[in-house]
Each structure stands twice: as C-alpha cells, then as structure tokens.
Write a protein that binds this ligand. Structure first.
Ligand SMILES: *Cc1c(COP(=O)(O)O)cnc(C)c1O
Length: 375
C-alpha cells in the first residue's frame, strides 16, 4: 500500500532517542515489574486524565474486567454494553462472570443511545459501559443520570479515547465511576506491546484494583483474594511516559487530518461521513465513513494504494464467541453498521500530501472512475 491504514513505525522513529534512553534506564536498573517507572507513569497518566488514581494493568481488556470485579460485579449480574463495539468490551463482562446486555447505538455517533439504555435496565443490571468508540465520547450526562437514578456504576471503555473530552471535561476526569484505557500499540497512546489502565477518583476501587492485578496481594506472600496477574511492566511504563508527553500534539495532528477529510469529502454522493455531536471533542482514533458499497469501495481504494480496515465487520452478537447466547437478540443497527463502516487511514504521522491523496482516491472511487486504479 502506498498509504497504509496506519504507520506504526513513524511514531517510534520520531521518538527513537527518547525510547532508547528509557530502555537503557530500565535495563540498567534491573527492576522490571511494579517499580518506579510504573509509579511515575500512573501519576502522570492520572494527572493527564484529571483523575485522582491510576492503576495500570496488562491490557485494556483486563482493565475492564478487573474494574468490574473490583466493583463487585459477577455471576447473575447484567452489564449494559453497546451492540456496536470491539468484542473486548463484551468479553470483559463475560470474563468477570456477568452477562453483557447489548444496547443499540445512536447511529449518528455510533455510541450508546441513552433512551435505549433506560429501556434495557432490569433488576439485575449493575453497570453501564459506554464505549467512546472511534475516539468520540458517548453522551455521558443522560447515562450518568440514569445510573444515579438506579444506583448503577458507570464504567467507561475509553480504549480509543485517550485525551477526548465530553462537554469540555477530559474523559477520565470524574466522568464515570471508573474509566478503562488500552495501550495496545495502535491506540492513540500505545505501548510497544500490550498494556492498559484504569483511572478513578475512588480510592477504595483503586486499592482493590491494585490487589486484583497482583495475585490478590498487597504484602509479599499474603494473598487476600484469589486474583490474577496483570501488571504493566517497567519497560512499557517507561515507553508510555515518553509517548504520553506527545499525546496532545499527536491528537491535534489527528484532528487536522479529520478536519481535512470532513471538509474535502463533504457532499460526495453515497458516502456518509462521521458526525461530531455538540458535546464531543473527539480524538479521532479512527475516521469511519459509511457506504452501502463497502466491499467494492475498499477494493477500489486498495487498487489505488490506499489501505483501509473495517471496525468491525461482524456484529459482536454474531460472533462465534457468543453463539447461542445471542438467540433472540434483535440488533439491526449493529448489523447495519457492521455492513457499512469503513475506516480511512488516519494517524499523527500522515502528511498533508498523503491525506490529499486519500481524498482524491475516495472522490474518484465514488465518482465511479475506474481509470485511477493502479494496475
Ligand atoms: C482495544 C480495545 C479494547 C481492548 O484493549 P486491549 O488492550 O487490546 O485488551 C477494548 N475496547 C475497545 C473499544 C478497544 O478498542
């Protein structure tokens, strides 16, 4: 591909010297887990989010699952999740022993529809999990209000939304009971491997998370609960500290790419552009368009050297992992989105020339022009 969907080398070339220093510092220290880099990263990321506490763990999926466990959610409980999301949002609920109950999104933002959230609440409901999908915050105020009325926890899946803001408040700054992040390499803040974190203002919840990520242990060889091992290691913490210092700048570069797409692709017949709600300052983890001709468009963009991906091609309830469980679920919006969404290249290291090339290619594909294709 002349323009790959995402260039994961460029960010690390830009930061090579600083990453080298971080690597040497950790290797030289001989301390690889639960050490000073983790502590510093947790402080820095909590401060970045505007939260009191940060507990970093092994992945975004673990951040969600351990948050649910720390909230006391498990067997017999229901958690409301978006029908349209990455499967990890649901898997975390399943892994915690609870039941994911899908709620359809508002099609304009592909995030939880608060009116449908209210309708899905049962006596077993214990939590609501808004997912800030594609980096666009869900409508948190009405969701929080519903949660308050029913005594439910709100656990944000912010795996795609580091630095995004809801009505001027950064995601994680008291926007929910707890907020889970992923540092998977392709995320806006990505490690050089797996990683995740939970931020919260609740000191007890943070203490429980620290217990759950480390064999249920606070003191060496004393184990209070039969928990797992899920820790962000010192190397990843050190790398993430380097990259966190760039996050705002890199999110701004994503915003610039998105702004150009939004103006230059407006009005292309057959192409539906992403909408930004008035409450949202998104961070454009993905730039997701919709079209009835998704397969054809993807193929023709590929022929022009433009890499695209689909997030996500199979609605979660149609996944083999949920076979049987989903009988009787009628989720037409999730299925429609799965059939129509297409993610254009976006990232902090795309040049203006690259962006313009994508724009020209998209326009030519939608104009039905076959001659622009590479042969
Ligand atoms: C990436 C992602 C996760 C899971 O994070 P991992 O670090 O890969 O475990 C969860 N939810 C969403 C929406 C994601 O995009």
């Amino acid at each position: 591909m002349r323009i790959p969907f995402l260039d994961l080398k460029a960010p690390h070339v830009e930061l090579r010297d600083e990453l080298d220093v971080a690597y040497r510092r950790v290797v030289g220290s001989g301390w690889f887990l639960l050490g000073p880099e983790l502590e510093s990263f947790e402080d820095e990321f909590a401060r970045y989010c505007g939260a009191r506490h940060c507990v970093a763990v092994g992945s975004g999926c673990d951040a969600l699952e351990l948050s649910l466990r720390a909230l006391g959610i498990g067997e017999g409980d229901e958690v409301l999740v978006p029908s349209h999301t990455f499967i990890a949002s649901w898997l975390a609920v399943t892994r915690a022993g609870a039941r994911p109950v899908p709620v359809e999104p508002d099609e304009r933002t592909a995030t939880l529809d608060p009116a449908l959230v209210r309708a899905a609440i049962t006596p077993r409901t214990k939590a609501i999990m808004p997912v800030h999908l594609y980096g666009h915050p869900a409508d948190l105020d009405p969701i929080t209000e519903i949660a308050r009325e029913h005594g439910l926890a709100v656990l944000e899946d912010a795996a795609q939304a580091h630095g995004a803001a809801y009505r001027g408040r950064r995601i994680g700054a008291g926007t929910a009971t707890a907020t889970a992040f992923s540092f998977y390499p392709g995320k806006n803040l990505g490690a050089l491997g797996d990683g995740g974190a939970v931020v919260t203002d609740d000191a007890d919840l943070a203490a429980k998370l620290r217990l759950l990520r480390n064999y249920g242990s606070r003191e060496k060889y004393r184990h209070e609960v039969p928990a797992t091992n899920s820790r962000l290691d010192e190397l990843q913490a050190a790398f993430l500290r380097v990259k966190l210092a760039r996050l705002d700048e890199w999110n701004d570069r994503r915003r610039a790419v998105a702004a150009r797409y939004l103006t230059e692709l407006a009005g292309v017949p057959g192409l539906r552009l992403p909408e930004v709600a008035d409450w949202a300052d998104p961070v454009w983890h993905l730039f997701v368009v919709r079209t009835d001709e998704r397969e054809q468009v993807q193929k023709e963009l590929g022929a022009r050297g433009i890499g695209t991906l689909v997030h996500y091609p199979i609605a979660v309830h149609r996944s083999e992992a949920y076979a049987g469980l989903g009988d009787g679920w009628d989720l037409p919006i999730a299925e429609r989105l799965a059939g129509e969404v297409l993610s254009l290249p976006i990232g902090p290291h795309m040049s203006t020339v690259d962006v313009d090339e994508v724009i020209a290619a998209v326009r030519s594909v939608f104009a039905g022009d076959r001659t622009g294709a590479l042969r």
